[in-house]
Design a protein around this ligand. Structure first.
Ligand code: NAG
Ligand code: NAG
Length: 349
Protein backbone atom coordinates (compact mmCIF):
# COMPACT_ATOMS: atom_id res chain seq x y z
CA UNK A 1 0.00 0.00 0.00
CA UNK A 2 2.70 2.42 1.09
CA UNK A 3 4.82 1.41 -1.88
CA UNK A 4 1.95 2.06 -4.24
CA UNK A 5 1.35 5.47 -2.67
CA UNK A 6 4.96 6.42 -3.18
CA UNK A 7 4.90 5.13 -6.74
CA UNK A 8 1.76 7.16 -7.42
CA UNK A 9 3.25 10.26 -5.87
CA UNK A 10 6.36 9.86 -8.02
CA UNK A 11 4.18 9.36 -11.10
CA UNK A 12 2.17 12.53 -10.49
CA UNK A 13 5.36 14.43 -9.82
CA UNK A 14 6.71 13.23 -13.16
CA UNK A 15 3.55 14.42 -14.89
CA UNK A 16 3.90 17.84 -13.31
CA UNK A 17 7.54 18.04 -14.35
CA UNK A 18 6.59 16.92 -17.86
CA UNK A 19 3.92 19.61 -18.05
CA UNK A 20 6.34 22.26 -16.92
CA UNK A 21 8.85 21.17 -19.54
CA UNK A 22 6.31 20.92 -22.38
CA UNK A 23 4.53 24.07 -21.33
CA UNK A 24 7.81 25.96 -21.50
CA UNK A 25 7.40 26.78 -25.18
CA UNK A 26 6.21 25.67 -28.57
CA UNK A 27 2.80 25.17 -30.11
CA UNK A 28 1.83 22.08 -28.09
CA UNK A 29 2.51 23.99 -24.92
CA UNK A 30 0.18 26.79 -25.98
CA UNK A 31 -2.66 24.41 -26.83
CA UNK A 32 -2.28 22.55 -23.60
CA UNK A 33 -2.25 25.73 -21.53
CA UNK A 34 -5.34 26.86 -23.37
CA UNK A 35 -7.29 23.72 -22.52
CA UNK A 36 -6.22 24.01 -18.93
CA UNK A 37 -7.53 27.55 -18.72
CA UNK A 38 -10.87 26.49 -20.10
CA UNK A 39 -11.34 23.65 -17.65
CA UNK A 40 -11.81 25.56 -14.39
CA UNK A 41 -14.53 27.73 -15.95
CA UNK A 42 -16.86 24.84 -15.19
CA UNK A 43 -16.81 22.99 -11.90
CA UNK A 44 -18.50 20.04 -13.55
CA UNK A 45 -16.29 17.00 -13.94
CA UNK A 46 -16.03 15.21 -17.27
CA UNK A 47 -17.25 11.69 -17.92
CA UNK A 48 -16.80 8.91 -20.42
CA UNK A 49 -19.74 8.13 -22.64
CA UNK A 50 -21.64 5.06 -21.44
CA UNK A 51 -22.39 2.33 -23.98
CA UNK A 52 -25.88 2.03 -25.46
CA UNK A 53 -28.00 -0.48 -23.58
CA UNK A 54 -30.76 -1.90 -25.75
CA UNK A 55 -34.01 -3.72 -25.13
CA UNK A 56 -34.30 -7.30 -26.26
CA UNK A 57 -37.37 -8.68 -28.04
CA UNK A 58 -38.83 -9.87 -24.76
CA UNK A 59 -39.20 -6.20 -23.77
CA UNK A 60 -41.82 -5.44 -26.43
CA UNK A 61 -44.59 -5.31 -23.84
CA UNK A 62 -42.44 -4.21 -20.88
CA UNK A 63 -44.00 -1.50 -18.74
CA UNK A 64 -42.02 1.65 -18.14
CA UNK A 65 -40.06 2.04 -14.93
CA UNK A 66 -39.66 5.59 -13.63
CA UNK A 67 -36.61 6.45 -11.57
CA UNK A 68 -36.02 9.80 -9.88
CA UNK A 69 -32.71 11.17 -8.62
CA UNK A 70 -31.33 14.58 -7.83
CA UNK A 71 -28.68 16.30 -9.92
CA UNK A 72 -26.00 18.25 -8.17
CA UNK A 73 -22.40 19.07 -9.09
CA UNK A 74 -21.01 17.57 -5.88
CA UNK A 75 -22.74 14.25 -6.32
CA UNK A 76 -22.72 14.05 -10.11
CA UNK A 77 -20.16 11.26 -10.17
CA UNK A 78 -22.37 9.22 -7.86
CA UNK A 79 -25.47 9.90 -9.96
CA UNK A 80 -23.69 8.79 -13.13
CA UNK A 81 -22.53 5.56 -11.47
CA UNK A 82 -26.02 4.92 -10.15
CA UNK A 83 -27.57 5.34 -13.60
CA UNK A 84 -24.98 3.10 -15.24
CA UNK A 85 -25.54 0.40 -12.62
CA UNK A 86 -29.29 0.43 -13.26
CA UNK A 87 -28.87 0.17 -17.04
CA UNK A 88 -26.31 -2.57 -16.74
CA UNK A 89 -28.44 -4.86 -14.60
CA UNK A 90 -31.96 -4.32 -15.87
CA UNK A 91 -33.58 -6.63 -18.40
CA UNK A 92 -35.16 -3.76 -20.37
CA UNK A 93 -32.88 -0.72 -20.14
CA UNK A 94 -34.72 1.31 -22.78
CA UNK A 95 -37.89 1.00 -20.73
CA UNK A 96 -36.39 2.88 -17.78
CA UNK A 97 -37.15 6.62 -17.69
CA UNK A 98 -35.05 8.90 -15.56
CA UNK A 99 -36.32 12.03 -13.85
CA UNK A 100 -33.65 14.34 -12.47
CA UNK A 101 -34.38 17.13 -10.03
CA UNK A 102 -31.78 19.87 -10.21
CA UNK A 103 -31.51 22.95 -8.08
CA UNK A 104 -31.27 26.08 -10.17
CA UNK A 105 -31.06 26.24 -13.93
CA UNK A 106 -27.85 24.37 -14.31
CA UNK A 107 -27.87 23.56 -18.01
CA UNK A 108 -24.32 22.21 -17.71
CA UNK A 109 -25.41 19.45 -15.36
CA UNK A 110 -28.19 18.33 -17.68
CA UNK A 111 -25.80 18.50 -20.63
CA UNK A 112 -23.27 16.37 -18.78
CA UNK A 113 -25.84 13.63 -18.16
CA UNK A 114 -27.05 13.77 -21.76
CA UNK A 115 -23.50 13.56 -23.10
CA UNK A 116 -22.67 10.62 -20.85
CA UNK A 117 -25.89 8.74 -21.61
CA UNK A 118 -26.89 9.84 -25.14
CA UNK A 119 -29.49 7.06 -25.42
CA UNK A 120 -31.14 7.63 -22.08
CA UNK A 121 -34.80 8.54 -21.75
CA UNK A 122 -34.42 11.41 -19.31
CA UNK A 123 -36.03 14.63 -18.16
CA UNK A 124 -34.56 17.31 -15.96
CA UNK A 125 -36.81 19.36 -13.68
CA UNK A 126 -35.93 22.49 -11.88
CA UNK A 127 -36.33 22.16 -8.15
CA UNK A 128 -36.76 25.61 -6.66
CA UNK A 129 -34.67 25.66 -3.47
CA UNK A 130 -36.65 28.61 -2.13
CA UNK A 131 -39.60 26.28 -1.90
CA UNK A 132 -38.00 24.57 1.03
CA UNK A 133 -35.30 26.93 2.26
CA UNK A 134 -37.52 28.73 4.75
CA UNK A 135 -38.50 25.41 6.27
CA UNK A 136 -35.06 23.93 6.79
CA UNK A 137 -33.68 24.14 10.27
CA UNK A 138 -30.05 23.40 10.90
CA UNK A 139 -29.29 19.79 11.67
CA UNK A 140 -26.28 18.26 13.33
CA UNK A 141 -24.90 17.44 9.87
CA UNK A 142 -24.66 20.34 7.45
CA UNK A 143 -24.57 18.07 4.42
CA UNK A 144 -28.14 17.12 5.29
CA UNK A 145 -29.33 20.72 5.20
CA UNK A 146 -28.98 21.17 1.43
CA UNK A 147 -32.34 22.08 -0.10
CA UNK A 148 -31.92 19.37 -2.74
CA UNK A 149 -32.04 16.83 0.08
CA UNK A 150 -35.66 17.78 0.49
CA UNK A 151 -36.53 17.48 -3.18
CA UNK A 152 -37.89 13.97 -2.63
CA UNK A 153 -40.78 15.50 -0.70
CA UNK A 154 -41.83 17.34 -3.86
CA UNK A 155 -41.52 14.45 -6.31
CA UNK A 156 -45.24 13.94 -6.68
CA UNK A 157 -45.77 17.65 -7.39
CA UNK A 158 -42.92 17.73 -9.89
CA UNK A 159 -43.36 14.61 -12.00
CA UNK A 160 -45.84 14.56 -14.89
CA UNK A 161 -49.25 13.02 -14.21
CA UNK A 162 -48.36 10.06 -16.44
CA UNK A 163 -45.95 8.82 -13.78
CA UNK A 164 -47.90 6.52 -11.45
CA UNK A 165 -45.10 5.05 -9.44
CA UNK A 166 -41.55 6.23 -9.04
CA UNK A 167 -38.42 4.81 -7.48
CA UNK A 168 -36.51 7.51 -5.69
CA UNK A 169 -32.78 6.88 -5.29
CA UNK A 170 -30.06 8.85 -3.55
CA UNK A 171 -26.99 9.69 -5.61
CA UNK A 172 -24.69 7.41 -3.60
CA UNK A 173 -26.13 4.05 -4.61
CA UNK A 174 -25.38 1.36 -7.13
CA UNK A 175 -28.03 -1.12 -8.15
CA UNK A 176 -26.74 -4.64 -8.65
CA UNK A 177 -30.02 -6.24 -9.66
CA UNK A 178 -32.92 -5.67 -12.04
CA UNK A 179 -34.62 -2.42 -11.01
CA UNK A 180 -37.85 -3.85 -12.46
CA UNK A 181 -38.06 -6.19 -9.48
CA UNK A 182 -38.08 -3.23 -7.11
CA UNK A 183 -40.49 -1.29 -9.32
CA UNK A 184 -43.02 -4.09 -9.25
CA UNK A 185 -43.22 -4.70 -5.49
CA UNK A 186 -46.74 -4.86 -4.12
CA UNK A 187 -47.24 -1.71 -2.07
CA UNK A 188 -50.25 -3.25 -0.35
CA UNK A 189 -52.17 0.01 -0.49
CA UNK A 190 -49.35 2.00 1.10
CA UNK A 191 -48.03 5.23 -0.33
CA UNK A 192 -44.36 4.29 0.14
CA UNK A 193 -42.38 1.06 0.12
CA UNK A 194 -38.88 0.75 1.59
CA UNK A 195 -36.87 -1.66 3.70
CA UNK A 196 -37.83 -1.29 7.37
CA UNK A 197 -35.60 -1.63 10.41
CA UNK A 198 -37.68 -2.27 13.47
CA UNK A 199 -34.83 -2.69 15.94
CA UNK A 200 -33.79 0.95 15.73
CA UNK A 201 -34.70 2.82 18.91
CA UNK A 202 -36.98 5.67 17.94
CA UNK A 203 -36.42 7.57 21.15
CA UNK A 204 -33.11 8.88 19.92
CA UNK A 205 -34.32 10.43 16.67
CA UNK A 206 -36.49 12.91 18.53
CA UNK A 207 -35.74 15.38 21.27
CA UNK A 208 -37.05 15.55 24.83
CA UNK A 209 -39.13 18.51 23.69
CA UNK A 210 -40.96 16.12 21.38
CA UNK A 211 -41.44 13.28 23.85
CA UNK A 212 -42.59 15.53 26.66
CA UNK A 213 -45.13 17.54 24.67
CA UNK A 214 -48.55 15.91 25.00
CA UNK A 215 -49.62 17.55 21.74
CA UNK A 216 -46.80 15.80 19.89
CA UNK A 217 -45.76 12.70 21.76
CA UNK A 218 -48.85 10.71 20.79
CA UNK A 219 -47.90 10.94 17.11
CA UNK A 220 -46.88 7.28 16.88
CA UNK A 221 -49.72 5.98 19.03
CA UNK A 222 -51.42 3.05 17.35
CA UNK A 223 -48.54 2.51 14.93
CA UNK A 224 -45.51 0.33 15.20
CA UNK A 225 -42.98 2.86 13.98
CA UNK A 226 -39.90 1.44 12.30
CA UNK A 227 -36.94 3.29 10.88
CA UNK A 228 -36.66 3.38 7.12
CA UNK A 229 -34.05 5.06 4.95
CA UNK A 230 -35.49 7.67 2.58
CA UNK A 231 -32.62 7.18 0.12
CA UNK A 232 -34.40 4.27 -1.54
CA UNK A 233 -38.17 4.50 -1.80
CA UNK A 234 -40.89 3.19 -4.06
CA UNK A 235 -43.60 5.82 -4.13
CA UNK A 236 -47.19 5.64 -5.33
CA UNK A 237 -47.30 9.11 -6.80
CA UNK A 238 -51.09 9.23 -7.13
CA UNK A 239 -51.65 8.21 -3.53
CA UNK A 240 -49.05 10.72 -2.38
CA UNK A 241 -50.89 13.51 -4.19
CA UNK A 242 -54.33 12.39 -3.08
CA UNK A 243 -53.24 12.22 0.56
CA UNK A 244 -51.40 15.54 0.33
CA UNK A 245 -48.31 13.99 1.86
CA UNK A 246 -46.15 16.89 0.75
CA UNK A 247 -48.12 19.18 3.01
CA UNK A 248 -48.04 16.66 5.87
CA UNK A 249 -44.25 16.45 5.74
CA UNK A 250 -43.96 20.22 5.43
CA UNK A 251 -46.10 20.70 8.53
CA UNK A 252 -43.61 18.77 10.62
CA UNK A 253 -40.80 20.87 9.20
CA UNK A 254 -42.67 23.93 10.36
CA UNK A 255 -43.03 22.46 13.84
CA UNK A 256 -39.29 21.81 13.83
CA UNK A 257 -38.70 25.44 12.91
CA UNK A 258 -40.60 26.51 16.03
CA UNK A 259 -39.44 23.86 18.49
CA UNK A 260 -36.52 21.58 17.89
CA UNK A 261 -38.17 18.15 17.89
CA UNK A 262 -35.56 16.12 15.99
CA UNK A 263 -31.84 16.09 15.26
CA UNK A 264 -31.38 15.13 11.61
CA UNK A 265 -32.53 16.82 8.40
CA UNK A 266 -35.04 15.41 5.94
CA UNK A 267 -35.49 11.95 7.47
CA UNK A 268 -37.43 12.64 10.71
CA UNK A 269 -40.37 14.44 9.09
CA UNK A 270 -40.77 11.39 6.84
CA UNK A 271 -40.68 9.14 9.87
CA UNK A 272 -43.25 11.27 11.66
CA UNK A 273 -45.67 10.99 8.75
CA UNK A 274 -44.99 7.49 7.48
CA UNK A 275 -43.16 5.28 9.99
CA UNK A 276 -45.26 2.23 10.75
CA UNK A 277 -47.38 2.90 7.68
CA UNK A 278 -45.14 1.86 4.80
CA UNK A 279 -44.80 -1.34 2.82
CA UNK A 280 -41.75 -3.26 4.01
CA UNK A 281 -39.49 -4.12 1.08
CA UNK A 282 -36.80 -6.81 1.24
CA UNK A 283 -33.64 -5.59 2.94
CA UNK A 284 -31.61 -6.59 -0.09
CA UNK A 285 -32.79 -3.32 -1.68
CA UNK A 286 -30.87 -1.07 0.67
CA UNK A 287 -27.52 -2.09 2.05
CA UNK A 288 -27.12 1.30 3.65
CA UNK A 289 -24.44 2.82 5.81
CA UNK A 290 -21.54 1.94 3.51
CA UNK A 291 -20.34 5.53 3.85
CA UNK A 292 -19.33 4.57 7.36
CA UNK A 293 -21.52 5.53 10.29
CA UNK A 294 -20.84 9.24 10.06
CA UNK A 295 -17.43 8.68 11.58
CA UNK A 296 -14.74 9.87 9.25
CA UNK A 297 -12.43 7.14 8.08
CA UNK A 298 -14.42 4.28 9.49
CA UNK A 299 -15.22 1.47 7.09
CA UNK A 300 -18.30 -0.65 7.24
CA UNK A 301 -18.65 -4.16 5.91
CA UNK A 302 -21.65 -5.69 4.21
CA UNK A 303 -24.55 -7.04 6.21
CA UNK A 304 -25.14 -10.75 5.64
CA UNK A 305 -27.67 -11.79 3.01
CA UNK A 306 -28.34 -11.15 -0.67
CA UNK A 307 -27.70 -7.68 -2.04
CA UNK A 308 -29.57 -5.88 -4.79
CA UNK A 309 -28.57 -2.31 -3.96
CA UNK A 310 -25.53 -0.82 -2.26
CA UNK A 311 -25.89 2.53 -0.53
CA UNK A 312 -22.99 4.67 0.67
CA UNK A 313 -25.07 6.64 3.16
CA UNK A 314 -23.03 8.27 5.87
CA UNK A 315 -20.18 10.69 5.57
CA UNK A 316 -17.78 8.73 3.39
CA UNK A 317 -18.36 8.59 -0.35
CA UNK A 318 -16.59 5.95 -2.44
CA UNK A 319 -15.31 8.36 -5.11
CA UNK A 320 -13.73 10.61 -2.49
CA UNK A 321 -12.11 7.74 -0.65
CA UNK A 322 -10.86 6.16 -3.89
CA UNK A 323 -9.42 9.50 -5.03
CA UNK A 324 -7.75 9.96 -1.66
CA UNK A 325 -6.30 6.45 -2.03
CA UNK A 326 -7.91 5.43 1.23
CA UNK A 327 -10.76 3.28 0.00
CA UNK A 328 -12.79 0.97 2.15
CA UNK A 329 -13.14 -2.59 0.84
CA UNK A 330 -16.77 -1.92 -0.20
CA UNK A 331 -15.64 1.00 -2.39
CA UNK A 332 -14.17 -1.49 -4.85
CA UNK A 333 -17.75 -2.56 -5.52
CA UNK A 334 -18.58 0.99 -6.60
CA UNK A 335 -15.47 1.58 -8.73
CA UNK A 336 -16.56 -0.47 -11.79
CA UNK A 337 -19.48 1.95 -12.32
CA UNK A 338 -17.36 5.07 -12.22
CA UNK A 339 -17.54 6.97 -15.52
CA UNK A 340 -15.43 9.87 -14.33
CA UNK A 341 -12.64 10.88 -16.66
CA UNK A 342 -9.77 12.36 -14.67
CA UNK A 343 -8.80 15.71 -16.07
CA UNK A 344 -5.18 14.91 -16.66
CA UNK A 345 -4.29 16.59 -19.95
CA UNK A 346 -1.32 14.26 -20.47
CA UNK A 347 -3.38 11.10 -20.28
CA UNK A 348 -6.34 12.50 -22.11
CA UNK A 349 -5.10 12.95 -25.65
C1 NAG B 1 -34.35 3.58 23.78
O1 NAG B 1 -33.48 4.63 24.16
C2 NAG B 1 -33.89 5.31 25.33
C3 NAG B 1 -32.98 6.52 25.54
O2 NAG B 1 -31.70 6.28 25.09
C4 NAG B 1 -33.91 4.34 26.51
O3 NAG B 1 -34.32 4.99 27.69
C5 NAG B 1 -34.85 3.18 26.18
O4 NAG B 1 -34.82 2.21 27.22
C6 NAG B 1 -34.49 2.53 24.85
N1 NAG B 1 -35.52 1.57 24.50
C7 NAG B 1 -35.26 0.33 24.12
C8 NAG B 1 -36.42 -0.52 23.77
O5 NAG B 1 -34.12 -0.11 24.04
C1 NAG C 1 -46.47 12.87 26.75
O1 NAG C 1 -46.14 13.97 27.56
C2 NAG C 1 -46.84 14.01 28.81
C3 NAG C 1 -46.47 15.33 29.50
O2 NAG C 1 -45.09 15.48 29.59
C4 NAG C 1 -46.46 12.80 29.63
O3 NAG C 1 -47.18 12.81 30.87
C5 NAG C 1 -46.80 11.54 28.87
O4 NAG C 1 -46.38 10.41 29.56
C6 NAG C 1 -46.12 11.57 27.49
N1 NAG C 1 -46.57 10.44 26.71
C7 NAG C 1 -45.73 9.66 26.05
C8 NAG C 1 -46.35 8.59 25.22
O5 NAG C 1 -44.51 9.81 26.10
Amino acid sequence: MACRDIAAAVASLLIVVLLLVVGGGGVTGAIRADSMIRRPSSSIPTFREAPAFRNGEECASASRVDVAMTLDANYLRGTMAGVLSILQHTSCPESVSFHFLAAGMDADLAAAVRATFPYLDLRVYRFDPSRVRGRISRSIRHALDQPLNYARIYLADTLPATVRRVIYLDSDVVVADDIRALASVDLGGHVVGAPEYCHANFTNYFTDAFWSDPALNGTFAGRRPCYFNTGVMVMDVGKWRAGDYTRRVERWMEVQKQTRIYHLGSLPPFLLVLAGDIQAVDHRWNQHGLGGDNVKGRCRGLHPGPISLLHWSGKGKPWLRLDARRPCAVDYLWAPYDLFRPSSPVLEE
